[in-house]
Design a protein around this ligand. Structure first.
Ligand code: FES
Length: 314
């Protein structure tokens, strides 16, 4: 049987269905393995039909063994699974098909390349090679720029004042301090921060620590300090756990003295417990040490705002 010609009419057992739009060849045997049919009888999509379904081939027509409904039920032809003979060179391939022009013959793409779009495969390959060549040049620059972003937590103790300024138990007292910070790409700067410290009665201490010492950890999860549950001085981060605003110690008409955040009106009692408002968790206790002479030191930590869990970010 002679190979089917392009543009030949295709007839099924029951009716004409379209014409041959492409020829697919097996690059090893150099035989036609499929014909692709398009035409009114198939709608928008072309169909790929195995050569075994071809009953006979004449000068301008191809007769199929199947009915038009069987051909229409075949999966649509996937053009991206094939390359033309413009794109690959296979020796003597077109020599066995005298009636087609170069580019009208298709051969299957290797299976491993089928998940990548035909045209983008070569583009991606070029980019990948460029990246491999350029990486050794840009890596030291990237490492320098990104280093501050991945700096470990700063666990230095900061001296922030003396507890002699606390006159009454269970009353929040604000301690301000300055801290040097280095953000990525920016010069070092000094920022003003604050914590709230109270000398807690045993009842309030019990609410803060729930009968257990409280551990604080570094970025690797290692415990760096433990607040003992019987030490009366408690320090709270100055940032509201809702969205990070600064809060104050205020007198409330119904609740008495409380920590009150003006941004969205979260209210906390002296132990940091949420009494009202949108705050998702109690105030964040910080590591605190008080010396024999009353000097207070804390480790400045910050925690993710808006989450129920206390997740350290600084
Ligand atoms: S930031 Fe404090 S209540 Fe919203």
């Amino acid at each position: 049987m002679q190979p089917p010609k392009l543009k030949s009419k295709v007839r099924c057992t029951d009716r004409d269905i379209g014409q041959v739009t492409k020829v697919i060849m097996d690059p090893l045997s150099r035989e036609v393995s499929h014909i692709v049919i398009g035409g009114d009888g198939l709608g928008q999509k072309e169909r790929q039909v195995p050569i075994s379904q071809v009953q006979s081939v004449t000068e301008d027509a191809v007769e199929l063994r199947a009915a038009s409904s069987e051909i229409a039920a075949l999966p649509p032809f996937e053009r991206d699974d094939y390359v033309t003979t413009h794109e690959v060179e296979i020796a003597h391939l077109e020599a066995s098909l005298h009636h087609v022009q170069p580019g009208e013959v298709l051969v299957p793409l290797p299976v491993l390349e089928r998940d990548v779009k035909r045209r983008t495969f070569f583009t991606n390959l070029t980019h990948a090679i460029g990246l491999l060549i350029g990486l050794p040049l840009v890596y030291p620059v990237l490492r320098y720029l990104m280093k501050p972003m991945y700096a470990p937590f700063d666990n230095r103790w900061l001296k922030i004042g003396n507890v002699s300024k606390i006159k009454t138990e269970d009353v929040g007292v604000q301690f301000k301090y300055k801290k040097k910070v280095k953000e990525a790409f920016m010069p070092e700067a000094e920022i003003e921060k604050n914590v709230w410290i109270l000398k807690a009665t045993p009842a309030v201490l019990d609410k803060v620590y729930q009968g257990k010492d409280m551990d604080f950890r570094d970025s690797s999860g290692k415990v760096i300090w433990t607040n003992k549950k019987e030490v009366p001085y408690v320090a709270f981060s100055g940032k509201c756990p809702h969205l990070g605003c600064g809060y104050k110690w205020r007198k409330h008409k119904l609740l008495g003295e409380v920590f009150l955040c003006p941004c969205h009106l979260s209210i906390y009692d002296a132990s940091g417990k949420v009494l009202d408002g949108p705050a998702p968790r109690p105030l964040d206790p910080l590591p605190i040490q008080v010396s024999a002479t009353g000097d207070v030191q804390i480790i400045d930590m910050e925690f993710k705002a808006g989450t129920k869990a206390r997740v350290r970010i600084v």
